[in-house]
Design a protein around this ligand. Sequence first.
Ligand SMILES: [Zn+2]
Length: 446
Amino acid sequence: MKSSISLFTALLGTTVSIASPLMAQQEQTSILIDNASYWTAGMNAASGPMDILIEGNAIKSIAPEITPPEGAEVIDAKGKTLIPGLIDTHVHIMDTLSPNALKNTDLFYLAFLAEQNAERLLMNGVTTIREAAGPSMGVKRAIDEHLATGPRIYPSGAAITQTGGHGDFRNLDNPTPQKGGYADETETMGLAYIADGKAEVMRGARDAFRKGATQVKMLVSGSVSGLHDPVDVQEFTEEEIHAVVEVAENFGTYVMVHAYNDRSIQASLRAGVKSIEHGNLMSEETMKLMADKGAFLSAQTYTFTQKLPYFNDSQIEQLNSVNVGLDQMFTLAKKYNVTITHSSDIYGTPENFANAPQEFILRQKWFTPVEILEQATTNAAQLLALSGARNPYPDQALGVIEVGAFADVILVDGDPTKNVSLLAKPDDNLSVIIKNGEIYKNVLPD
Ligand SMILES: [Zn+2]
């Protein structure tokens, strides 16, 4: 008993001692970005020259000529293009290792990998992400408290998966819990939550919110990589999906679902799901329903170019089918004016996270540079705002350059409204990265 009290006291001491340097970093500062061209959603092209003044964590003013306030840091943009920080609505910073490799690690190691992934994303110009499966709440908190470097995070917590679903990585000879089975590392580490029936899926959702999820993720269809859940399968019943939607709505937020096929997407939409992840195999009828329900399409391209070394023939066949589906999906989404967001579904280690911006190249097959920029800024911000009462960054706008918005901006060497491929090489083409009014990268000469 005595030792546990002293541990608690020691922890309290730690909290007090780190509080002061953190507060010092949050002091009011001003940054004047001088002589920039700029773009924000609603503009057909970049325009300038313009001055943008940042005060604290907000954009204070935008005008052709602003006199720098006393003590302001002045960045001469030399006509480069300032755009809102990018938002990725489907990322897996926690999904760093294969289910097998998880057996030989612990959450502390995973957190270090996740932090490296988060930092790589920020250096890609991504200032906000939605984490799509896993215990990212601690990493989010560490970033918000300046203990680590990375984007703003909207965590989903453990993805709710059915027995045998996309998130069930147990060995085949591990029985269900009712028959003496045991949870594997994917579950014990909080990446997935296996549940069947209304009561269990609701418990999974409530547990995610208990841990700080801002929305809940459900895996409602088979997957490309799945060995035991082919991509044509619907996972969960409409009733189970609706039960999770009800829990999310009780928490003032929404549900996002991994879903490829018509059957699973339609069930989700009828159940009240607001964010469809992937969606590659949807028909015209389903896309119409997406539009009717006002659901968002959080779709990807780059991830489907990745034929993983361990893929067998059926996995390769599934990969090919979802790649073929992409063309129809994006064409239909445009036809029915469904809101598409930028998302990469990037996972693994920082080396792979460096590939996430390939998304900006591949989407040009269907979209103009300005459309692609809108997907990565306002469209994505609208989706994240559905987290409503659970929104961790509620007070100011995200994904726009306007007075009062969060000062999340990146300076591009060139004009991404004409050449959006510039964003695919962030190390070369991003001169300045600012998140929450703080400079994380500035390679411009003083
Ligand atoms: Zn994913």
